[in-house]
Write a protein that binds this ligand. Sequence first.
Ligand SMILES: [Zn+2]
Length: 347
Amino acid sequence: MKKTGIVRDNRYMEHVMGYGHPECPERLAAIYDMLDKEMGGLLLGIPAREANREELAYIHSEHYIDEIASTSGIASTYLDADTQTSAGSYNAALLAAGGLMKAVSMVNAGTLDNAFALVRPPGHHAERSRAMGFCLFNNVAIAAMHARKKLGLDRILIVDWDVHHGNGTQHSFEDNPGVLYFSSHQYPHYPGTGSYGETGRGDGEGYTLNIPLPTGYGDGDFVSIYDKVLKPAALEYKPDMILVSAGFDIYIDDPLSRMNVTPEGFAGLTSLLMDLADSCCEGKMVITLEGGYHVEGQRDSVKAVLEEMAGLRKSDISDLIARANDSIVDFAIKPVLEIHRKYWKSL
Ligand SMILES: [Zn+2]
């Protein structure tokens, strides 16, 4: 058994974007219910805390922080065509970023082996001065800066398997070699960014690695792509910690997207990332919840990820890779390898 921590707080459910919105409190309620009924006592609770202003300003403008703060206590504010706030949203957003930072600190200190921040609102679409795509503050980007500035870590690998490209995360670090941003995503799809050619700029050139995918990729395909592209690049980069933007909208029945991943595939990806973390950074890995809109599928997939993290199951990665469709895997990775060979010797 590993010491696996979870960030969990009922105040994350006080962020409500309106009736019928897919990014709903029920997403977390189903996960928390599963934790109580099926994983009681196996995971260690991490108390959430609020992010402070200095921490939010690692990534966001002062003006934008004020704009989100001004929504506090107001029943409904529209920030974007699909992003709204309720009275409790600002506080939930502070607790999401702060809870993730707490998890990062505890894993870095060795108090925990790894951790999963089960938080809302998600963050990877949030830009410096703009809420978008159901995201208010960019939790994973703030946490990466916290690891670099406050914990003294040099190199952070952010892996984003959400079906949507994490435009906000990419833009936060595109000129910064201290963060390697790796994203696989359905393409073309919301938000429109994430093409092969977006590789970073200035000192950060080569440290943005995008894998745009057509629809229909399944468990073995994802694991094979991560094995062939992420694994060599990550072993060459040697991160001091791995952060994961885990979106469960690559789930086979997700209503917003068209990928075919099942709980077995999520466990396989987790296993592959844990192996990388063991090789590079004493297993230090922290996962945060991004999207995922099939409530039951997400619940079952999160359970599989947590079981893998805690050492309660061990996926057979080579068996998953053997089940990949090699022609669609090659189609996806060939242009990536061609573009990134000049940055990464291992590719
Ligand atoms: Zn998503």
